[in-house]
Ligand binder design. Structure first.
Ligand code: NAP
Length: 319
């Protein structure tokens, strides 16, 4: 028999854990299935300086540990595991992990997004062998070495700046001649003497798949057409993220990029199914907006379960 729940929350980043906190305080005794990347993307960051209330910043993993403990303090149950299948055509909803089966009256999807890869054949073979999407996890392995970061957004600037703590030189490879990153992150990177720039450059190949290690990047300048080799022993890919929505394909409305479509707060097109955080937000994608939308999902789920149409009379709002 599946374990029967009021609310099951899939995902344990800022969105999922905030939904858990609010649902727990609303006496719904929520179950959180934390997923393979427990704690979400903040587990892969260092200092988070834009989380309100921490004027000197807080380390990403510490922030997630606090959120988790806070949700548990109010009665949220958090289990390890990854959802392997889901059926939202039935009532209650049916959710399976490798270890257990659950039924839920309401479902909150907070599965987030994952790092995008270049799509170059062979790159996956080099993951963990010189190629990484997580500077915090792997930067230490490149002490005193020359490495590259691919991308021109905030993630690329953050990773490049962080990696200069270890590497002797970090070359940012960007496909255009202007950065997408915010001004403050750009300025920090431009001011760093260990960061070099390869503008208008596309990665044609990563060497050397045969050797099973990274020895360099083959770059093509999009303006001049010149192909050159950048000798590096590591490459960090920081080119954005893809929403983790494969499980829900064909069951929930998504946009062309695969993000879950929400309306009226966190509601999906399926009554009783709510989505929050990066899985439904390709615009703001901040920890604080993810947490805010997690709060909305819990309130919406509570109203759905009460059969209350308006979101403005909830006990959770006044707690
Ligand atoms: P992003 O803003 O989408 O930037 C992705 C970058 O990768 C862009 O420069 C893009 O180039 C490049 N790119 C995309 N696909 C590529 C490909 N196939 N080949 C080569 N380059 C490619 O992603 P992000 O940097 O991960 O940031 C996501 C969100 O998180 C943003 O809202 C950002 O502000 C936020 N963020 C904030 C912080 C912070 O405040 N501390 C840190 C990290 C992220 P183009 O510019 O040419 O499109």
């Amino acid at each position: 028999m599946p374990s029967s729940r009021n609310v099951v929350i899939i995902g344990s980043g800022p969105a999922g854990l905030t939904a858990a906190l609010y649902a727990a305080r609303g006496n719904l005794r929520p179950l959180v299935i934390e997923g393979l990347e427990a704690g979400g993307q903040l587990m892969l960051t260092t200092l988070v300086e834009n989380w309100p209330g921490h004027r000197d910043g807080i380390m990403g993993p510490d922030l997630m540990a606090e959120m988790r403990a806070q949700a548990e303090r109010f009665g949220a149950e958090i289990v390890q595991g990854d959802v392997t299948s889901i059926d939202i055509t039935t009532r209650p909803f049916a959710i399976k992990t490798a270890e257990a089966e659950y039924s839920a009256r309401a479902l909150v999807i907070a599965t987030g997004a994952s790092a995008r890869m270049l799509g170059w054949p062979g790159e996956r073979k080099l993951v963990g062998h010189g190629l990484s999407t997580c500077a915090t996890c792997d930067g230490y392995f490149f002490r005193g070495q020359e490495i590259a970061v691919v991308g021109g957004g905030d993630s690329a600037m953050e990773e490049a700046t962080f990696l200069t703590k270890f590497a002797s030189k970090v070359t940012v490879v960007h496909r255009r001649d202007t950065l997408r990153a915010s001004k403050i992150m750009q300025d920090k990177a431009f001011a760093n003497p260990k960061i070099a720039w390869a503008w208008n450059s596309e990665v044609e190949a990563i060497k050397d798949v045969e050797k099973g290690e990274v020895t360099g990047l083959v770059l093509k300048n999009k303006v001049s057409g010149v192909v050159s080799e950048l000798p590096v022993s590591g490459v960090f890919v920081a080119i954005g993220h893809t929403p983790n929505t494969t499980l829900f394909r064909g069951q929930i409305d998504m946009d062309a990029a695969g993000y879950i479509v929400t309306k009226d707060g966190s509601k999906t097109n399926v009554p009783g199914v709510f989505a929050c955080g990066d899985v439904q937000d390709h615009v703001y994608r901040q920890a604080v907006t993810a947490a805010g939308s997690g709060c909305m999902a819990a309130i919406d789920a509570e109203h759905y379960l009460e059969g209350v149409p308006s979101p403005f009379t909830s006990s959770v709002l006044s707690s």
